[in-house]
Design a protein around this ligand. Structure first.
Ligand code: F3S
Length: 763
């Protein structure tokens, strides 16, 4: 087959289910037996996983006596919680906050004296739970037809099952409004469920066949199936990849995949992987189409499974025209005009734009344009018969002194309707309340979706930090980082990525956590590292801690041991000589033990081996410098560079006989030695101190001789002129003497004759 596989923009686990599973896993192994009241989610694989960890399913709250009873995200009636506590069980309430909001709305509507109608499947535990919080008079209706048959009082309050399709809710409300004059609707539809349904609708519009991954017992998954079929697509519900039928894809161009809020990621991935495998050329689907019809383990073909066909979705007839126009609750929780909430879902922005305008109601959030900016108020056109007034103090939750600090003429803003016909007969609006309202919706959506929000920390308070999330969200100190933080003030003014971990609008409480975001990223990184790690890889890491035998290096969510012997090619006495905590280093993966989850790392292996070119760096016959690092009985080891040591054998230490090496060298001595042999393969170098000394003596002698010659030459050069002069003088003297002698010889005969007369002269 040749099918393009596309997935819905929103699918799988919602925040409420994820939270419940996390709570259950945290409860498992906590020292006391853990139970869930009914299956935690409609997913056998998840239930199996929890069972492996000791979390058992019970139907009777008393069965959890002495243990921990976890209330699933659907919630439970108040008397069930009482029974569990009375039986001695510790109740851990994992009711989804969106469901809890519905329970609270039911209780409040009942307290107003209204007969509560829960729009939803009467057999669903969430609906039963919501109805129980309203008291004994509450009714439930899954369809408009069922609503027709209800016995009703004079005043009715409607609460919706969180996962109900909006069109089903509207159909039920229409019937109730026709029958009873005073109907008040608390729109408690879950944004996460609606988004999944909207995304499924869009997916189905562009796909030839849609696979909905989820359990048939899941209302959520069944509704997705109905949405896809209503959109005209062939759709199949599968619990897992094993139920896929290759025949479904035969002759199809585009296959869509979506999943209910109880479906874990890995189950979706498994389905996608299997579809990809089916998609490979020459796959079985193309080869045996006849086997596909009615042969799947799900027993399904293009037609609905019996339980699917009989589900409430089969009654749905709406065309979705009413999105974004739901009724207000009169308590600030009403649905607005479908404007986006700014949290990146991107859905809902277009819906409702063509809807005819409805009369404004107090408690409603709507959108308008600023038409006048006064000194202490602004006028906003919301399409009402007159403009609405937003007083200065209703503009912002921060202190402002003039409206111009917040809005300008022509701005499109959200406003909360305080009073349609106020004391002065004017429409009174609040931008501050609208912003808060939207912030709450955004937070509830973020909670349900598990969306990560990036927000700024504005204040440090006792026990934690205040985060600006449109309202003041609290982040406990224990949720700031993965580890302990001693100084929280360093975070003030900084942006953080947080997840909403608890939200209770009635108590005005939002708890945020950066830690869960970091932890999740860490776990992903860890999984990715384990998936991709292999021996011989060079990995970048950060030194986390140092011990006497080595250092632990984080190489991506996984700590590996860098043993001291693998730190350097040279000798290392203590790991701290090579690395310190926080150092970013490249290391080689030496060994991976997946079973024991152990990884050995090497630092020196990530560096060039100094022995590789040792014979070039230290050629035989050369004299090299080094330091004595070890003295043993047969000689001394000399380090030429980190990792390269040579041996001076005792016989090569001196020209004389040496009894012990210590007579000649000590550890730490800087010496010069002659290279006798180099064997890089065996990592051996033989050195000789004796020959180096001889070399040196010879060198000194040569230098001396050369100095001598130079000195002689230099003497000649220095005395040359003087000698010449002396020679000249001697020559002159000789000549003079010769002349004198000649003169004397000539004179003597005369003198002889004259001598006879007396005087012998001066000579
Ligand atoms: Fe809660 Fe909505 Fe999921 S109601 S359990 S977040 S589908």
């Amino acid at each position: 087959m040749d099918v393009r596989v596309v997935t819905a923009e929103k699918l799988g686990f919602c925040g409420g289910v994820r939270r419940a599973v996390e709570i259950a896993l945290a409860g498992a192994g906590a020292g006391r037996p853990a139970f869930t009241l009914g299956p935690l989610v409609h997913n056998p694989a998840v239930i199996g996983h929890l069972a492996e960890r000791g979390v058992r399913v019970v139907d009777d709250p008393a069965a959890a006596a002495g243990g921990v009873l976890i209330i699933r995200s659907h919630g439970a009636p108040p008397e069930v919680l009482e029974r569990a506590r009375a039986a001695g069980a510790t109740v851990v309430d994992a009711t989804c906050p969106v469901v809890r909001r519905a329970q609270a709305a039911a209780r409040e509507l009942a307290a107003e004296g209204r007969q509560v109608v829960v729009a939803g499947d009467p057999g669903h535990p969430e609906v039963a739970g919501i109805a129980a919080w309203a008291g004994p008079g509450a009714r439930a209706a899954a369809t408009a037809a069922e609503a027709e048959r209800l016995e009703l009082g004079e005043r009715v309050g409607v609460v919706a099952q969180t996962t109900l399709r909006r069109e089903d809710l509207e159909a039920i409300v229409d019937v109730l409004r026709r029958r009873v004059a005073d109907v008040r609707v608390a729109d408690t539809l879950c944004a996460a469920a609606q988004e999944r349904q909207d995304a499924a609708r869009r997916l189905a519009a562009g796909a030839d066949v849609v696979i909905v991954v989820g359990d048939a017992a899941s209302a959520n998954a069944r509704k997705l199936l109905a949405v896809c079929r209503d959109a005209g697509a062939e759709a199949h519900l599968v619990e897992s990849a094993a139920f896929l039928d290759p025949g479904w894809f035969s002759g199809k161009a585009v296959a869509g995949v979506t999943a209910g809020a109880s479906t874990p990621d890995w189950s979706i991935k498994e389905v996608l992987r299997t579809m990809e495998e089916m998609n490979e050329p020459g796959d079985v689907a193309e080869e045996k189409p006849s086997g596909s019809e009615g042969s799947s383990a799900a027993g399904g073909d293009a037609g609905p499974a019996p339980e699917e066909a009989g589900g409430p979705a089969a009654e749905g007839t709406g065309e979705g025209t009413g999105e974004g126009t739901g009724e207000g609750t009169g308590e600030g929780t009403g649905e607005g005009t479908g404007e986006g909430t700014g949290e990146g879902t991107g859905e809902g922005t277009g819906e409702g734009s063509d809807v005819p305008m409805k009369p404004l109601k107090a408690g409603e959030v709507t959108r308008g344009r600023v038409v006048a900016v006064g000194q202490d108020n602004v006028l906003v056109d919301v399409g009402h018969k007159s403009e609405g007034v937003v007083p200065l103090w209703e503009l912002s939750h921060q202190h402002v002194t003039s409206p111009g600090e917040v809005v300008k003429l022509g701005d499109e803003i959200n406003v909360f309707v305080l009073a349609v016909d106020g004391p002065e007969g004017v429409l009174r609006l609040s931008k501050k309340r609208a912003d808060e309202e939207i912030a709450w919706r955004c937070l509830e959506e973020a909670y349900a979706e598990g969306t990560i929000l990036e927000r700024r920390i504005i204040e440090e308070v006792k026990g934690g930090l205040i985060v600006d999330v449109g309202i003041r969200g609290f982040m406990p100190a224990s949720h700031v980082e993965r580890g302990y933080v001693s100084d929280l003030s360093q975070y003030v003014g900084k942006a953080v990525r947080v997840r909403v971990i608890e939200i209770d609008r009635h108590k005005n409480r939002v708890i945020l956590s950066q830690k869960v975001v970091l932890e999740e990223e860490y776990q992903h990184l860890r999984e990715e590292t384990w998936k991709t790690i292999a021996e011989g890889q060079i990995r970048h890491g950060v030194v986390k801690s140092i011990t006497d035998f080595g250092a632990f290096v984080d190489i991506g969510g996984v700590d590996g041991l860098l043993h001291v012997s693998e730190m350097s090619w040279g000798r290392v006495n203590h790991p701290s000589e090579v690395v310190k905590e926080g150092d970013a280093i490249d290391v080689m993966v030496l060994r991976v033990d997946r079973e024991k989850e152990k990884i050995s790392l090497g630092l020196k292996q990530a560096l060039p081996d100094p022995w590789t070119d040792a014979d070039t760096k230290y050629p035989v016959g050369s004299v090299v410098a080094g330091k004595v690092v070890r003295v043993v009985g047969f000689g001394a080891f000399v380090q030429l560079e980190p990792g390269v040591e040579g041996l001076v054998h005792i016989s090569q230490l001196a020209n004389r006989r040496v009894a012990t090496p210590e007579e000649v060298v000590s550890v730490g001595d800087d010496i010069r030695a002659k290279v006798l042999r180099v064997n890089p393969g065996e990592r051996r170098i033989s050195l000789s101190l004796k020959e180096a000394d001889q070399e040196q003596e010879k060198a000194v002698m040569r230098e001396y001789m050369s100095d001598q010659r130079r000195e002689t030459a230099t003497l000649g050069e220095m005395l040359g002129p003087a000698l010449e002069q002396a020679k000249d003088r001697i020559q002159s003297e000789k000549k003079r003497t010769t002349r004198k002698r000649a003169a004397r010889a000539k004179v003597e005969p005369e003198a002889e004759s004259a001598g006879k007369d007396g005087d012998g002269g001066e000579e």
